[in-house]
Design a protein around this ligand. Structure first.
Ligand SMILES: [Mn+2]
Length: 270
């Protein structure tokens, strides 16, 4: 198993434009094998700069997150408004093209959107829209080296596909299958009856894992049993990345190095 950490690319007007590059550098120095980039819009990234940085740090880019396109631009793959939905699909196509350059996978998480009304018919419409969007993205991804990853996300943050069972059923509905599964311990702790059983149910579709503790802090600071999680992953022969995705406490450097040390102990002892 390999270690990765999420780095957000902040492209807002007043932001420190190079902070994310320095963060990649730092991750390499504390023993990470990969970086996962959270990208609002891939067009804001200079590919040659990123390529140079990854090469210099000898670090890979296993996955990219798309959630910022939802949080900052309001784009959603399930939106009833066709205009918004088209923009969301067009944006994720940019993420796929970007991922193709690096052989990465594109995470389909918060970009699935949130239904404001709680009515069942409204949710049914939303899931149909999501299915249409995903079909189009699968066809697009088919011609690339990029993969798509469906992430089960808790009900408070998105309206669709909260657990592994729902994600697996959704993948079965897709005609074009370019989609695999990922697993996030924080969401699973909220939604699954049994976290380890749920992890096991991902089976061969499991291609990426997010680690965060029950309080969304660094593993070890809450009550998720990560020893059992690692044992289960080892037993299944999981060879992909474990990526840290949680709040910084107090800052990026101390949090990412704490996670690197925690994983090293876990890999050795579990
Ligand atoms: Mn996650």
């Amino acid at each position: 198993m390999k270690k990765s950490f999420v780095v957000s690319v902040d492209s807002r007007a007043n932001s420190d434009k190079d902070a994310w590059l320095r963060n990649i550098d730092y991750l390499a120095s504390v023993g990470f094998d990969g970086v996962e980039l959270a990208l609002r819009n891939p067009e804001n990234i200079d590919l040659s700069v990123l390529r140079r940085e990854l090469k210099k740090s000898n670090i890979s880019l296993p996955a990219i997150g798309t959630g910022l396109a939802y949080l900052e631009d309001g784009l959603s793959l399930s939106a009833k408004d066709l205009g918004i939905r088209k923009k969301a699909v067009a944006r994720v196509k940019k993420h796929i093209e970007f991922a193709n350059e690096f052989g990465s996978q594109v995470i389909i998480g918060l970009i699935r959107g949130k239904e404001k009304s709680e009515s069942t018919s409204s949710k049914r419409d939303g899931i149909k829209c999501l299915l249409d969007s995903m079909e189009e993205l699968c066809v697009f991804a088919e011609k690339t080296k990029a993969g798509l990853l469906l992430e089960p996300i808790n009900r408070y943050e998105t309206s669709y596909l909260a657990n592994v069972d729902e994600c697996r059923k959704f993948i079965d509905l897709l005609y074009n299958k370019k989609v695999n599964l990922m697993f996030d311990t924080f969401h699973a702790n909220i939604e699954e009856e049994n976290l380890i059983d749920a992890l096991r149910k991902c089976g061969r579709l499991l291609k990426h894992v997010h680690f965060a503790d029950s309080n969304r802090l660094c593993p070890g600071r809450g009550h998720i049993d990560f020893v059992s999680v690692i044992k289960s992953l080892k037993k299944s022969g999981y060879k992909h990345f474990i990526s840290g995705e949680f709040s910084f406490s107090p800052d990026f450097k101390s949090t990412s190095s704490e996670f690197s040390r925690y994983l090293r102990r876990l890999f050795t002892n579990a």
